[in-house]
Design a protein around this ligand. Structure first.
Ligand code: ATP
Ligand code: MG
Length: 553
């Protein structure tokens, strides 16, 4: 796929252009700062494409930084999956991977600096009391009784916290800012809390952990980040970001800019909810092909290029909005329509016998209707075939352009056949369709001018390979499942339908994640976990058309 050559500008790029033009910065340094508490999702892809994309376009740098200050929720499994997903999306981070936990010593030093300047204190209010004291949006907070402790006492108490002499929840270090600030984040935010948790990077070295707002700005400054890009919910936190950097001795002054997060219809993006889907086994795992995770989309058959293109198309603004699932789907459809080789597979087979046909023939079929450079393949054609059950009717109508009893249809890449009679089982279900074929119609129309309009796909019953075919659809039945009281109750029961079908023999060699257009059925790829030579498994990436739009019409 051709990714749009010139990237559309956005307000962040305009800020960067101005900073470079004015000489405020001579180079650009961004970072992507995931918390390793879940797998990356399509929303993260927006942030990744923005941060790494800017670094690429401005010949700058982009760090991958694990924002790892919550040891209880984090895990090395997530660290590894995030690295893999960033690379798969096509990006390389600058230098070594960074961890906020690399800076725990420095962060501790800056905390001491704030205490010494009378700008931080050790509080002993319980978390509940702290909430009460904080006030509300309409009422100012009131000062904690510990707010005016002398510096020496604060230093001594903080030391105790660090040494493991204080129980969790009994003490915290707070910035001393303004309990009446209209910005709740400025009402003496907590900077450090006690947690007796083993950290995936620092082990048991620490039992106090810094909070996000204190950690993030300092990590940015230590790494020389110039433009720190985050989502809009951090808008108010920018005040704290600047306050911390203004009040400690640190050279670099990164600036934070906020953009709107990606929301997608028919899915959830909160890691807590995604985690719930996994732990309650409502999906098969983080990489279930119905998940909006990068690994799920990849397993489903999305290409990295299609995800980058999607991020390009949605752009970067400050307006909150929700993107239709169909715009993500059209990105992959556009990519695969161009680039996926064609193949034939029958998902719901019914036997078709061509009674006047002899031995199996090998037909040569093009891999792409408009791209001869994609080559040809051999497809065996035989007396016994499978076709799609829905492609035959005993009685048709004008709109039904497939096979009808007594009528003709073309088999894709092969001959014109005519349905002569059917055989049924005791329940009246058709078991076999008996046909005749016109030997003179391979690659050409009947000589006598008969018009044969319909074309259906098929596979050879003798040579085709059995395959499990997983038809995936949207995971939720409502556009905004996150808003439902119990989002799990809005799961689409038909989001996975398993078919036992047959695929043409060339698909024995289908590489995982490598997409094909199954003629007339959609885009499919071999599953990267469950498919093997003994048991082929294909996932439907997306249908040929937007079937949800059709329903809405
Ligand atoms: P959650 O709140 O669900 O845990 P998060 O936003 O805290 O998600 P992080 O791992 O902290 O997840 O996110 C890393 C980066 O990705 C942040 O800069 C964040 O702003 C960005 N990001 C996360 N979700 C989205 C989204 N839906 N759209 C755009 N950027 C996002
Ligand atoms: Mg976060």
């Amino acid at each position: 796929m051709s990714e749009s050559e010139a990237r559309p500008s956005n307000f962040i790029r305009q800020i960067i252009d101005a900073d470079l033009a004015s000489g405020k910065h001579t180079s650009v340094h961004t970072r992507f700062p995931p918390e390793p508490n879940g797998y990356l999702h399509i929303g993260h892809a927006k942030s990744i494409c923005l941060n790494f994309g800017i670094a690429q376009d401005y010949q700058g740098q982009c760090n991958l930084r694990f924002d790892d200050t919550n040891p209880e929720k984090e895990d090395i499994e997530y660290v590894e999956s995030i690295k893999k997903d960033v690379n798969w999306l096509g990006f390389e981070w600058s230098g070594e991977i960074c961890y906020s936990s690399n800076y725990f010593d420095q962060l501790y030093g800056y905390a001491l600096e704030l205490i010494n300047k009378g700008l931080a204190y050790v509080d002993e209010l319980t978390p509940e009391e702290m909430r009460e004291y904080r006030g509300t949006l309409t009422e100012p907070g009131k000062p904690s009784p510990y707010r005016d402790r002398p510096v020496a006492e604060n230093l001594a108490q903080f030391e105790k916290m660090k040494n493991g002499e204080v129980e969790e929840g009994k003490m915290s270090l707070r910035a001393k800012i303004d309990m009446a600030s209209p910005f709740m984040v400025m009402r003496d935010p907590v900077l450090y809390r006690v947690r007796f948790a083993t950290h995936h990077q620092t082990g048991d070295k620490w039992c106090i952990y810094p909070m996000y707002d204190f950690t993030h700005c300092i990590s940015d400054a230590l790494e020389g980040i110039t433009h720190s890009l985050c989502t809009l919910e951090f808008q108010d936190n920018r005040r704290l970001y600047d306050w911390v950097l203004d009040n400690i001795t640190i050279e670099s002054q990164p600036r934070q800019y906020e953009f709107s997060r990606l929301n997608l219809e028919y899915t959830v993006m909160s890691k807590r909810k995604l985690n719930q889907l996994v732990t309650e086994q409502l999906v098969s795992g983080w990489d279930d092909p119905r998940m909006p995770t990068i690994s799920g989309l990849r397993r489903r058959g999305f290409t990295a290029a299609s995800i980058r293109e999607f991020c390009q198309r949605i752009g970067v603004t400050k307006q909150d909005n929700t993107i239709e699932m169909s715009s993500l789907e059209s990105c992959i459809r556009d990519d695969l329509n161009e680039n996926a080789p064609r193949a034939m597979a029958v998902l719901d087979p019914v036997k078709l016998v061509i009674e006047n046909f002899g031995d199996t023939e090998i037909l040569t079929v093009g891999n792409h209707p408009n791209k001869p450079e994609m080559g040809e393949r051999e497809v065996p054609f035989s007396r016994d075939l499978y076709i799609e059950r829905e492609d035959f009717r005993e009685e048709g109508n004008k709109k039904y352009k497939r096979l009808v009893l007594g009528k003709e249809v073309r088999l894709r890449g092969a001959y014109v056949i005519k349905a002569e009679r059917v055989e049924k089982d005791a329940d009246g279900k058709i078991t076999t369709i008996f046909c005749t074929y016109d030997a003179d119609t391979l690659g050409k129309n009947p000589e006598d001018g008969r018009k044969v309009k319909g074309v259906i796909h098929w596979v050879s019953a003798e040579k085709a390979l059995p395959a499990e075919i997983r038809l995936y659809d949207r995971l939720f039945t409502v556009p905004n499942p996150g808003a439902a009281e119990d989002f799990a109750s809005t799961i689409n029961p038909d989001s996975l339908i398993v078919m036992n079908g047959f695929v043409e023999p060339s698909l024995a060699a289908a590489a995982p994640e490598h997409a094909f257009q199954f003629e007339r059925m959609g885009y499919f790829c071999a599953d990267n976990k469950d498919s093997s030579a003994e048991h082929l498994v294909f996932n439907r990436t997306v249908g040929l058309r937007d079937s949800w739009a059709k329903i809405a019409d």
